[in-house]
Design a binder for this molecule. Structure first.
Ligand code: GLN
Length: 477
């Protein structure tokens, strides 16, 4: 195996044993990016400075950063034309934490524009491709981050997850992606999509790396009032425990008509494996699951339309001067900038969200959405009285073909049916590989747990992963 195909924990062991150096690892990643990224398109921008890696103490692991996290002095654009030229005056808290940990920042990873999407096709910088099959999408919206790891360009990466944007692309790309509990990781410096749902999380080649990277990212931050002041455990300790005596819930609503039979079979097979390891399974019900997608697309678009109001050509990025004055110079400038700067999906979401919040419709849509959100959260509270964790598929299908859903936004929205509820309820969820389809595409298993019980997730995920070989497979690109 080439060094860039290894996991971070393997690399760190080799560095310690003086079998390699941080410089060598960085060079291998950069060479890989040069060789394959013209096909994968996982990066929109590379860090230009040759980093002084010798001064990086700690964990000098090359990492990909989703293009919605602010890095001081570096262009950050959410893969949108409207933020072209915007350079952040400060580092996001996760970036500060990574820099303090010794991380080597490789560059900004491609994504759906403003994280709106499930296929990473709506980027201003062109679509990302799935390293397992370049005709397929990598999932989204953190598709650049997951593809960079699956293509062995980055050793690990970070993404953001508002309705599944870490877990669904992790599932499509055959990597491990965790959405932590809302409040576990600081959102300071994450360009907001839907502030009550967004959460940053680790994307890695295996579960051990995921725990290691969460150790770096997690923790209270006075700069983010929604981050929670609870002690951060050493997540790698959770890997030492077996699953004997645990009760795992299987929601009957998560095996639906129209689901890919290969996905269903792979997930059912993992249940057998975990049973042999000593876990008990129980059918549970999350009765409001059928309302999750509709609720999410009201709450998320309402918040997005408010958050995106600030991009108007005044403070950030692009400014378009209209050729003629129709209303007033200022209003025309706002309109022209937003018309040129936002892509179709961003405009669609701004319109949907503004509609849901507008007078006369607020009660019928937004307020109702918030009420149903409480019911969905309540479903999980009830379920966790009966079980320690919940297991199911991450997505009803494997990666779909590029272009297949772009003309039909509703079918695209439905691909998040199993991931959205965790964001609405604020609970953590992971996706890890649990098989491959006959066509050679990865299948993802989702494990969810109570708020702030990421340790339970890691424990179950690690025990399952280590009994299988899926995490050792690498895309032959
Ligand atoms: N795919 C979902 C959407 O389009 C989720 C996106 C996300 O989590 N950022 O909104």
């Amino acid at each position: 195996m080439n060094i860039n195909e290894l996991t971070a924990h393997e690399i760190l062991r080799k560095i310690k044993a003086k079998e390699t150096t941080a410089e060598e690892v960085h060079k291998a990643c950069v060479a890989r990016i040069e060789a394959v990224d013209k096909d994968v398109n996982a990066f929109v921008r590379l860090s230009d400075d040759a980093p002084d890696i010798k001064s990086h103490k700690g964990l000098p692991v090359p990492i990909g950063i989703k293009d919605n996290m602010c890095m001081r002095g570096v262009e950050t654009t959410c893969a949108s034309h409207i933020l072209e030229g915007f350079k952040s005056p400060y580092d996001a808290t996760v970036i500060t934490k990574l820099k303090d940990s010794g991380a080597v920042l490789l560059g900004n990873c491609n994504m759906d524009e403003f994280a709106f999407g499930s296929s990473s096709e709506s980027s201003y910088f062109g679509p990302v491709k799935n390293p397992w099959n370049l005709d397929c999408v990598p999932g989204g919206s953190s598709g650049g981050s997951t593809a960079s790891v699956a293509a062995n360009e980055a050793i690990w990466a970070i993404g953001s997850d508002t309705g599944g944007s870490i877990r669904q692309p992790a599932s499509f790309c055959g990597v491990v992606g965790l959405k932590p509990t809302y409040g576990r990781v600081s959102r300071y410096g994450l360009i907001a999509f839907a502030s009550s749902l967004d959460q940053i999380g680790p994307i890695t080649k295996d579960v051990e790396d995921n725990a290691l990277l969460l150790n770096i990212l997690a923790g209270h931050d006075p700069m983010d009032s929604t981050s929670v002041n609870l002690p951060v455990p050493d997540y790698t300790k959770a890997l030492e425990r077996d699953v004997k005596g645990l009760t795992i819930g299987v929601p009957k609503e998560y095996f639906i008509d129209g689901m890919d039979p290969e996905v269903e079979a792979a997930v059912k097979e993992t249940i057998e494996v975990l049973k042999k390891q000593g876990a008990t399974f129980k059918e549970i019900s999350l009765p409001h699951t059928e309302y999750a997608v509709a609720t999410y697309y009201i709450v998320a678009t309402a918040e997005a339309s408010s958050n995106l109001a600030r991009f108007d050509g005044v403070q950030y990025g692009l400014r378009v001067h209209p050729k003629e004055t129709r209303k007033s110079k200022l209003i025309d400038m706002y309109e022209e900038t937003r018309a040129v700067g936002f892509g179709d999906e961003a405009k669609r979401r701004i319109m949907l969200g503004t509609y849901a919040l507008s007078s006369g419709y607020y009660d019928a849509y937004y307020l109702k959405g918030l009420k149903v959100r409480s019911l969905i959260k309540n479903d999980f509270d009830q379920a966790f009285k009966e079980c320690d964790a919940i297991i199911g598929p991450t997505s009803p299908t494997t990666a779909f073909k590029a272009g297949e859903k772009t003309a039909d936004p509703l079918s695209m929205y439905l691909s998040d049916i199993f991931t959205i509820s965790a964001n609405l309820a604020g609970i953590p969820g992971i996706s890890l590989p649990c098989g491959f389809s006959k066509a050679g595409l990865p299948i993802g298993l989702q494990v969810m747990a109570k708020a702030f019980d990421e340790e339970m997730i890691f424990r179950i995920a690690y025990n399952y992963e280590q009994s299988q070989e899926w995490h050792k497979k690498r895309a032959s690109l």
